[in-house]
Design a protein around this ligand. Structure first.
Ligand SMILES: Cc1cc2nc3c(=O)[nH]c(=O)nc-3n(C[C@H](O)[C@H](O)[C@H](O)COP(=O)(O)OP(=O)(O)OC[C@H]3O[C@@H](n4cnc5c(N)ncnc54)[C@H](O)[C@@H]3O)c2cc1C
Length: 403
């Protein structure tokens, strides 16, 4: 009977295990944690945005790096196959805004309980608290842990990336891959806040529908969406998205247009008339008519004028400067890799050395890589978990065919 080893009991490793197991094989699932899916548990703020119901083209647009690699495996197990799998297993799903799919219970624990029951039902040999230290290959794979060595005919590495290392993802898979001669494209933190070079005098300030332009050494990125300003970083959906797009670049500055619906000319006309109509009022009160009061404080601070000077005193140059600050307020961005606070790792096992149909290594027979350990990543919305499930399924089909 063939013995299959899977290192990592995250969504990729568990999904591979339950799809591989049949009467012809023994499947071992090893994880350094006490429980399966420590990261899965915290996904979607504990609700688990398990996949996305967008149709093919739109789905693929959200896979921002190396989406071509997924075409073949996705054609055999896509987002709708995953929804179908969950529903058939008794997990009801709901589709929310932007196609995000969640279990109807809004609890990631429901998915984890399902996976645990399938592990038991299928008699997968789950080995918790088992940290793999290194792997060698002779006639079979020898997987070394502190307590014991295990021998496997096929081996899947599903050790994830580097984010939220407390959940067990500490990049061990990169070392295993390198020990077999695989190249690793440098791991970068993605879907992370943008850290400010200079502290901002603001409490947490949520803003909707702002235009962001992120300039990097390589290019500039532009999106409109919701953000949150805090003293040390800018976060919120639009900030995370633009950071993800630029995750592999050298960051320079972020510019925010606080009133993107108005052109420069429209805003200038508006400022002239506001200042005329409110000439006796303090500049801060006048700007509060246009902007949130915290936002007008930020603008006034940057302008280096007193809050209580009257609107009538504002010079033409100062008005032009106010206009520029509202339309193009720039922040210097700190280059920082904060894996503790990033959702996903961009980078990983170089895909040129992996068969996209099967996830098998092109360098070592019977060695597979699945999930976040691979150099493929997506935006938020359930796409990253789907990458884990799709790549796991591809490896499971190939391994079963070989038996
Ligand atoms: C806060 C947060 C929220 C997220 N929310 C979502 C969401 O809602 N939707 C979405 O699509 N994606 C989300 N993601 C991303 C998603 O969680 C990951 O893409 C996904 O978990 C990757 O699955 P994986 O199985 O490849 O790796 P992981 O989930 O990282 O699992 C890897 C496993 O390998 C084990 N391991 C590592 N090294 C060893 C070793 N040496 N020996 C033994 N075991 C080892 C680890 O303990 C871990 O259990 C979120 C991520 C974070 C951090």
């Amino acid at each position: 009977m063939r013995k299959i080893g899977i290192i990592g009991a995250g969504p990729a490793g568990v999904f591979a295990a339950i799809n591989i197991k049949n009467e012809n094989n023994e499947v071992y699932l090893l994880d350094k944690n006490n429980n399966i899916g420590e990261k899965l548990k915290i996904t979607g703020n504990g609700r688990c945005n398990v996949t996305n119901a967008k149709y093919y083209d739109e789905f693929m647009e959200n896979i921002i790096r190396n989406r071509n690699f997924l075409y073949s495996s996705f054609s055999r197990f896509d987002n709708f196959s995953m929804i179908d799998f969950l529903n058939k297993q008794g997990v009801e799903t709901i589709v929310e805004e932007d196609g995000k799919v969640f279990p109807k219970s809004s609890k990631s624990s429901e998915i984890i309980l399902l996976f645990e029951s399938l592990i038991r039902e299928k008699r997968i040999k789950y080995l918790p608290n088992t940290t793999v230290e290194n792997i060698e290959k002779s006639d079979c794979f020898v997987v070394k842990t502190a307590r014991k060595n295990y021998k496997f005919d096929s081996l899947i590495i599903a050790t994830g990336g580097l984010t939220y290392p407390k959940t067990g993802s500490t990049g061990d898979g990169y070392n295993f891959a390198q020990s077999f001669g695989h190249k690793i494209s440098k791991a970068k933190a993605s879907l992370m806040p943008l850290y400010l070079e200079n502290r901002l005098d603001v409490k947490a300030l949520s803003l909707t529908n702002k235009k962001l332009i992120l300039r990097t050494k390589e290019k500039s990125y532009e999106i409109i969406g919701d953000i949150m300003l805090t003293p040390n970083f800018i976060t919120g959906p639009a900030a995370l998205k633009i950071q993800a797009l630029a995750a592999r670049d050298e960051l320079e500055s972020l510019s925010i247009d606080f009133l993107p619906d108005l052109t420069y000319e429209m805003l200038d006309t508006k400022l002239v008339s506001l200042f005329e109509r409110n000439s006796k009022k303090n500049i801060s009160n006048v700007l509060n008519i246009l902007l949130n009061d915290q936002l007008s404080s930020i603008v006034i601070d940057r302008l280096k004028i007193k809050r209580d000077i009257k609107a009538s005193i504002i010079t033409r140059e100062q008005r032009k400067r106010i206009l520029e600050l509202i339309k193009d307020f720039d922040f210097k961005i700190r280059q920082k890799e904060n894996f503790n606070n990033a959702v996903i790792t961009s980078g990983g096992v170089d895909l040129k050395e992996i068969n996209p149909k099967t996830m098998e290594s092109k360098l070592v027979n019977d060695l597979y890589f699945i999930g976040e350990v691979l150099d493929i990543d997506a935006l938020t919305g359930g796409f990253n978990l789907q990458i884990a499930f799709t790549t796991a399924y591809a490896a499971s089909l190939d391994i079963k065919e070989k038996i």
